[in-house]
Design a protein around this ligand. Structure first.
Ligand code: PBG
Length: 330
C-alpha cells in the first residue's frame, strides 16, 4: 500500500519549490501610490498608515528618485487639497497650476522615465467629500462626468501618462477617451477603477487626504449610490466590460484581498491587463497586527501580494511596494 501520488515530492526543498513555483513577485508588478501636499520640506506620516507619508513637492522629488533606484517605475498620484480650495464642483481639480498638476511635472522632471498615473475623482476637491457634484442630496452623474473629463484633460496637459478614474460615474471612460482623442492626447492611457466597491477599507486613505464624506443633512453619508455593493458579483463584470468598450486600457478591481474571487472572474473574461488595488485599510490592518507582534510582517506581506497576483492581478497598486522590494532584496 502506498499513496497513489506523492505530491510532497515537489515540495521537498527550496530548489524544487522554486522550480515549480507559479507566481513570482517582481518590482515590475507594482504601482506606488503617493500622497502630495502643499508646502516645503514636509514628510508627514499618516497616523492610520504607519510609515506612509504625505510629501511636499520638494521631497516628492527625492522619493521618486529613490523609488526609481529600487526598480519601482510607476506611481499613482493623489493630492491633499487645502480646505479653502474645496467646493461642490471640484473647480480646483482642473486648475492647470493645481497641486496635482505641479506634482505630475515634479515627478517627470525628477525622473523622466517614471510612469505617472493620476487619480481622477472629485472627493479630495469636494467640499462634501464626494466623488462627484451634489444636487438635492444626490450625486449627479453627467455633470460629474464633465468635471472629471476636464480634470483628466488637465492631468494629460500636465504630462500624466495615464489617468485613473476612481469615481464610478457611468460613462466617464468614454467621455475622457473622446476628449483625449479630440485634444490630441492619443497616447495618454486610462486605467479605470472598473469594479470599485463601497468599502470600509478606504478609511485610512480618507484620513490621508481629509476626503471623507461630510456629516451634513442632505449630503449622502456614504458612497453606496455610485460605488458597488460588496454583496454583488455580476455587476463587476458589466462594469468592467463596459469600461473596456468605452476605451479603458487597464481595468481595476478594488479593494484587493476580500475581492480576489472578483479578480479571478474578471481575469478569466478580459484580455486587457487587470490591476488590483490593495487599499489603505488592508495596509493599516497588517501594520497594526505586526506592531503588536501578532503577525510576521514581511511573511504576510509576501503572502498577500502573491495571493493577489495568483488570483489574476497583472498590476498591483500597493502601499507595500517598497516593503516588497526590501524583502525581495534581503
Ligand atoms: C478616490 C479614491 C479613494 C481611494 C482611491 N481613490 C477613496 C474613496 O473612493 O473613497 C481609496 C484608496 C485606499 O483606500 O487606499 N475616489
Amino acid at each position: 500500500m502506498y499513496p497513489l501520488r506523492r505530491n510532497r515530492r515537489l515540495r521537498t526543498n527550496e530548489a524544487i519549490r522554486a522550480l515549480v513555483r507559479e507566481t513570482i513577485i517582481s518590482p515590475n508588478d507594482f504601482l506606488v501610490p503617493l500622497f502630495v501636499v502643499e508646502g516645503k520640506s514636509i514628510k508627514d506620516e499618516i497616523p492610520s498608515m504607519p510609515n506612509y507619508f504625505r510629501y511636499s513637492l520638494d521631497l516628492l522629488e527625492k522619493e521618486v528618485k529613490e523609488l526609481w533606484n529600487m526598480g519601482l517605475k510607476s506611481v499613482l498620484l493623489f493630492a491633499k487639497v487645502p480646505d479653502n480650495l474645496k467646493d461642490n464642483k471640484g473647480t480646483e481639480a482642473s486648475n492647470p497650476n493645481g497641486l496635482m498638476q505641479r506634482a505630475i511635472k515634479t515627478v517627470k522632471n525628477a525622473c523622466p522615465e517614471m510612469l505617472v498615473m493620476t487619480d481622477v475623482a472629485l472627493d479630495p476637491y469636494s467640499a462634501y467629500g464626494h466623488d462627484g457634484i451634489i444636487e438635492n442630496g444626490r450625486v449627479l452623474n453627467d455633470a460629474s462626468v464633465n468635471a472629471l473629463t476636464a480634470m483628466s484633460l488637465s492631468h494629460a496637459q500636465a504630462g500624466a501618462d495615464f489617468v485613473a478614474p476612481s469615481d464610478m460615474m457611468d460613462g466617464r471612460i468614454l467621455s475622457i477617451r473622446e476628449a483625449f482623442e479630440q485634444e490630441g492626447f492619443v497616447n495618454t492611457g486610462i486605467m479605470s477603477y472598473s469594479a470599485k466597491y463601497a468599502s470600509a477599507f478606504y478609511g485610512p486613505f480618507r484620513d490621508a487626504l481629509d476626503s471623507a464624506p461630510v456629516d451634513l443633512i442632505d449630503i449622502p453619508k456614504d458612497k453606496k449610490s455610485y460605488q458597488m455593493d460588496y454583496a454583488n458579483r455580476s455587476e463587476a463584470l458589466i462594469e468592467t466590460e463596459m469600461d473596456i468598450d468605452e476605451g479603458a486600457d487597464i481595468v481595476m478591481v478594488k479593494p484587493g484581498l476580500c475581492y480576489l474571487d472578483i479578480v479571478r472572474d474578471i481575469k478569466n473574461i478580459v484580455n486587457v491587463p487587470v490591476a488590483v488595488y490593495q487599499v489603505s485599510g488592508e495596509y493599516a490592518m497588517l501594520k497594526a497586527a505586526a506592531e503588536k507582534g501578532w503577525l510576521n510582517h514581511d511573511a504576510v506581506v509576501m503572502e498577500q501580494v502573491t495571493a493577489i497576483k495568483r488570483a489574476g492581478a497583472d498590476i498591483m497598486a500597493s502601499y507595500f511596494a517598497k516593503d516588497v522590494v526590501r524583502i525581495l532584496n534581503s
